[in-house]
Design a protein around this ligand. Structure first.
Ligand code: PLP
Length: 373
């Protein structure tokens, strides 16, 4: 499929014009498929191994990521499928300040099985220092929730030089802003529960790789453990892809507007948004992300009470976890106890509402939260 990303998301993975057929074929519900004789008579024999609805969505994801995509039942199932390739004696370099699931699997499942786990910050210097002897390097850029931006091209070259693979969590950037495989990474992993599906009603994930053998191994693992997506969810996800570019464009533009208004505002500390000139990694983000800096804005209201008062005073921003959905939402990250952030740290995900309404709502809620100070 040719064209710019906005065109590609509309048509990616669709079967093309066939008279009498829908644009996007409906979900195929099956456990076994008719299959006579040899098991390779059809790609579809039993739906834990393959399903035509996945095939269409995976073709779309693979096209956007520039590789072969393998769909999983959640982002964490996708993460786990990559980490499961590590064996005793391997060395994993994982971020301690990114989505905590990776470091948790590393500590709870890999380390007890003899994998050496090196936990580092999402910082190029720390990652480089941890490379000697590494088998797999895991990075998240931008990272969640710190929004650190890393140079995938440089890290991929350094990881390969050290004999390691580089895996990139592409959830926050989306393949519209960043294509890790084209930058040299070996693996691009994402939670499709966020921007990709975008309506806060699905949990899905995928791994994209350039190497067909690695893709086959991931499919084999998925079929074995059964971490599979349902056909209806997959169909909804594929349907949602057509609007990804317009959603993402609007969400990124509103987030930049909001971050710009919050920059320097009294009471708002440690504002993080890669689109702001003061953000560490801004120049790299400006070069890399095609003018879209994501829809997540983070800031510190310094105390738990002020952060909760802010969340309670918002009228258009729901208190909820996750990000990337059509509805603006925010939460105090420390409530989960798994991120290394301060008690007043708020992660806000900008949705599809009118930008002026969102900015006004945030400012009014901040005024209300700080009124008694
Ligand atoms: N990676 C990142 C960056 C995430 O934020 C999340 C979830 O929040 C995941 C992976 C896990 O994805 P899922 O919730 O779809 O399992």
């Amino acid at each position: 499929m040719s064209g710019r990303p906005a065109t590609r998301v509309v048509r990616a993975g669709l079967p093309g014009p066939h008279d009498g057929e829908p644009f996007l074929p409906g979900p195929v519900f099956a456990a076994p498929f008719h299959l006579s004789g040899p098991i390779d008579a059809s790609p579809y024999g039993y739906a834990r191994y393959a399903n035509p609805t996945w095939s269409g969505y995976e073709a779309a994801l693979g096209e956007l990521e520039g590789g072969e995509a393998v769909l999983f039942s959640s982002g964490m199932a996708a993460v786990a499928a990559v980490l499961a390739t590590l064996v005793e004696g391997d060395v994993a370099v994982v971020p301690g300040d990114a989505y905590p699931g990776v470091a948790m699997i590393a500590a709870q499942q890999l380390a007890p099985r003899g994998v050496e786990v090196r936990v580092v910050a999402s910082d190029a210097g720390e990652i480089m220092a941890a490379l000697p002897g590494a088998t797999l390097v895991w990075v998240e850029t931008p990272s969640n929730p710190g929004l650190a931006v890393l140079d995938v091209t440089t890290l991929a070259a350094a990881a390969h030089e050290a004999g390691a693979l580089l895996a990139v969590d592409n959830t926050l950037a989306t393949p519209l802003s960043q294509r890790p495989l084209a930058l040299g990474a070996d693996v691009s992993v994402a939670s499709a529960s966020k921007f990709l599906t975008g309506h806060s009603d699905l949990v899905l994930g995928y791994v994209a790789v350039a190497d067909p053998e690695r893709a086959a191994a991931l499919r084999g693992w998925r079929g074995l453990i059964g971490a599979i997506a349902g056909p209806f969810e997959t169909w909804l996800a594929h349907r949602s892809l057509a609007t990804l570019d317009v959603r993402h464009e609007r969400q990124c533009a509103t987030a930049l507007q909001l971050a710009t208004v919050l920059d320097g505002r009294p009471g708002v500390a440690d504002l993080r948004y890669p689109g702001l000139p003061g953000h560490p990694g801004h120049e790299l983000a400006a070069r890399s992300f095609g003018g879209r800096f994501g829809a997540v804005v983070c800031f510190d209201l310094q105390t738990e009470e002020r952060a909760q008062a802010f969340l309670g005073a918002c009228r258009l921003i729901d208190e909820a976890t996750s990000f990337g959905g059509a509805h603006s939402s925010a939460e105090r990250r420390l409530r989960w106890g798994s991120d290394d952030v301060s008690p007043g740290f708020v992660r806000l995900s900008v949705g599809l509402e009118d930008a002026g309404d969102i900015v006004a709502d945030v400012l009014a809620a901040l005024d209300s939260a700080t009124a008694g100070d």
